[in-house]
Design a protein around this ligand. Structure first.
Ligand code: HEM
Length: 449
């Protein structure tokens, strides 16, 4: 019996190995080097997930500026030469962002599949709302509302005279930024000053953080149904964003109001509409909370940064603060634009902390020509990935790259600096926390202000 089992197991194992070998992808002429790792299905997923920057640097050293890796059962071609980023960003004919983003969002947020024929046309209109409401003339209104909400949330949380409370910096920035951002986009409930609304907001922050913590594994392809906590948190957020509830809120931003109208015209079901709002909530908060935390953290740890920031803020606010301590602060576009030190601090914090990845899907077989003239044959359906942290932490571009230098983005005259070099060549893409090209974050002007 035991011999029989050994023979059957050996035969099955052999069939499996032969199947894997015959079905595994082979590098073809003109294609970038293929890095598959030694594990059949997961490829180099574990090495990449453990330390993406370290893994990409090592692989770049071994294989050069362009290589294809098997990660989470997909093939990703990484382009690591910063001068070739434009070559990828410009390829909107062969490289599709929406297909990847919409499919991903459908899977993680559980809303309708906007890439289906039924919705794809109307979704184009929904997508254009981002740029119409987060940039240009609408931006001033949004910024004013955010500034007012920030002050309101901060003042409301101030301790009474001898009643100081202690709170960690991260918890503080998460709480303040989440609530101010939420109220700015989704408006205020009539009970927003009452204790029960504050409890609701505290629960929303916790749900958001629970969902956000699961995001890396959801992004790696794990179905949300297997992440019970994340699923419950997402549904609890959606519950708060049902149109029935939103109708009771005042001062809803133009962005959300127009999305609500568009989703009504598309006849989505009510929970589906609410889940698209969770997606918008996530896009607006997921990067903003860490950016606020790291900017404050680095500033508070550096006496020079703190002094320079305070001097700049005092200069801009001098007129307003001396006249009335309780007055709501108002900042014009020009005043915001004049704050080069604060901008440099935020850029430096984003350079050090942001670890986004830019992904496109090849809509056809095509040949990508890099800046050096080298070509890479790309297969339809493969992903092309750019990893900005390779630039952000490159010692040739940013000397002592892991050090926080509050004035790194200022020139000798204290003005904004935008000339950075590698191999003595000026870089077009030297800071990409907001992505680039068609997928560039439409909220970038809002968060910079
Ligand atoms: C420091 C804060 C922020 C950072 C670092 C950031 C960064 C990013 C990045 C890297 C992307 C994806 C780009 C790509 O894949 O190439 C993105 C997309 C997006 N961001 Fe932001 N973001 C921030 C804040 C915001 C805010 C405040 C909003 C809205 C109020 C927003 C709305 C969006 C939207 C809607 C998208 C998807 C764009 C699309 O599908 O075309 N972001 N953001």
């Amino acid at each position: 019996m035991a011999t029989f089992l050994v023979i059957v197991t050996t035969i099955l194992l052999t069939i499996w190995i032969v199947w894997i070998c015959s079905h595994s992808r082979k590098r073809q002429t003109g294609e970038p080097p293929l890095v598959t790792g030694w594990l059949p299905f997961i490829g180099v997923t574990l090495d990449y997930a453990a330390n993406p920057l370290g893994f990409l640097r090592e692989t770049q050293k071994k294989y050069g500026h362009v290589f294809t890796c098997k990660i989470a059962r997909k093939y990703f071609t990484f382009v690591t030469d910063p001068f070739s980023f434009s070559a990828v960003v410009r390829q909107s004919k062969n490289l599709d962002f929406q297909k990847f983003a919409v499919g991903f969002s459908h899977r993680v947020f559980g809303h309708a599949d906007f890439s289906s024929l039924l919705f794809s046309e109307s979704y184009r209109e929904v997508h254009s709302i981002f740029r119409q409401t987060l940039q240009g003339p609408s931006l001033q209104q949004l910024t004013e509302t955010m500034l007012g909400n920030l002050q309101m949330v901060l003042e409301r949380g101030l301790p009474y005279e001898h009643n100081w409370l202690e709170e960690g910096l991260q918890s503080f920035t998460n709480r303040i930024m989440f609530e101010a951002g939420f109220l700015t986009l989704f408006g205020k409930d009539a009970r927003f000053l009452h204790a029960d609304e504050r409890i609701c907001m505290q629960k929303a922050v916790q749900d958001f953080l629970t969902f956000d913590r699961a995001f890396p594994i959801l992004a790696a392809g794990v179905p949300i149904g297997l992440c019970a906590q994340a699923w419950r948190a997402r549904e609890a957020l959606a519950e708060e964003l049902l149109h029935d509830k939103l109708h009771h809120r005042k001062c809803i931003s133009d962005l959300i109001q127009r999305r609500m109208d568009a989703f009504n015209r598309m006849h989505l079901d009510e929970i589906g509409k609410a889940r698209t709002h969770v997606c918008m909530l996530w896009a607006s908060q997921a990067n903003t909370l860490p950016a606020a935390f790291w900017s404050l953290y680095y500033t508070l740890r550096s006496v020079d940064a703190f002094t320079a920031a305070r001097t700049e803020v005092n200069k801009v606010l001098s007129g307003q603060l001396t006249s009335n301590q309780d007055q709501t602060i108002y900042l014009s576009r020009e005043q915001l634009d004049s704050m080069a030190v604060l901008e440099s601090i935020i850029q430096e914090a984003l350079r050090l902390s942001s670890a986004s990845i830019m992904i496109r899907v090849a809509s056809d077989d095509f040949t990508l020509t890099l800046d050096s003239g080298q070509t890479a044959a790309i297969r339809k359906g493969d992903y092309i990935a750019l990893y900005p942290q390779l630039i952000h932490l490159d010692p040739e571009i940013y000397p002592n790259p892991t050090e926080f230098k509050y004035d790194r983005f200022l020139d000798d005259n204290g003005q904004r600096k935008n000339n950075f070099f590698k191999n003595e060549r000026r870089l077009k893409h030297f800071l990409l926390p907001f992505g680039s090209g068609v997928s560039e974050c439409p909220g970038r002007f809002f968060c910079s202000t």
